[in-house]
Design a protein. Structure first.
Ligand code: TIU
Length: 225
């Protein structure tokens, strides 16, 4: 539905209305390290195949968003090759045999510039789409995301990617406290834990949208078409 250049998407807890020119698609951490065997996700003991259902819906949404000429931002979690930005607590957490920075089949785990750190081919960034390299779970912490949103006039975010309850939720909470509206299409976010995915989305939309809105990519595509 369109009114005065604004689009409305059917969502929970109620419809999400946005101006396409000031709304960015923010794709969180769709990296080989989380979605492919041998990376950080598997190092943490997870079944990385759990996240693969998010790829096609993200691809379709990204394609439609690009076709409409709208703004796209990608993020990647990872650390400097010298690990100077790696909190010692994050390095040793989990007592894994291998840690962030150690060699793996896709290069050094969760290190910038390594194969595993890169975004999966299906969602590869295009020229002109900012890629935010973040050391933490939230995309605002220790990054230039807020400056980019400000200078590009972005007021609302459609947040997708992985994982629902970790980097997506942390970013949505950070964005909410900074005054941004966030809409999360549930089929475009995924978790290694189905129950955390469900509750992660419930926590966003509860209390009349305490952190934001939840919808489905089909509803965003319908609004765009
Ligand atoms: N472990 C897990 O679920 N997620 C992360 O460590 N990072 C992101 O969510 N990107």
């Amino acid at each position: 539905m369109q009114t005065n250049g604004k689009l409305t998407v059917d969502a929970e807890p109620y419809e999400f209305t946005f101006s396409p020119d000031t709304c960015a698609l923010v794709i969180i951490d769709m990296q080989r390290d989380f979605l492919e065997p041998g990376g950080f996700g598997e190092m943490l003991g997870n079944d990385v195949s759990m996240l693969r259902r998010t790829i096609q819906p993200n691809k379709a949404l990204l394609s439609a968003w690009r076709k409409a000429g709208l703004q796209v931002i990608h993020t990647r979690e990872g650390h400097r090759p010298d690990l100077a930005d790696l909190p010692p607590a994050k390095k040793i957490r989990g007592r894994s045999a291998t840690c962030i920075g150690d060699a793996g089949p896709m290069g050094r785990i969760l290190v910038r510039g390594e194969e595993g750190h890169d975004i999966i081919a299906e969602l590869y960034p295009q020229a002109g789409e900012p890629v935010i390299d973040k050391p933490g779970k939230g995309a605002f912490y220790s990054t230039d995301l807020q400056a980019i949103l400000k200078y590009r006039g972005i007021k609302q975010l459609i947040v997708t990617g992985v994982t629902t309850e970790v980097c997506v939720n942390t970013t949505v909470r950070e964005a909410n406290d900074r005054g941004y509206d966030c809409l999360i299409p549930e089929d475009c976010v995924g978790s290694y834990f189905p129950e955390f995915h469900d509750w992660g989305l419930k926590m966003i939309k509860a209390q009349k949208g305490i952190f934001g809105w939840v919808s489905h990519s089909s509803k965003i595509l319908a609004a765009l078409s």
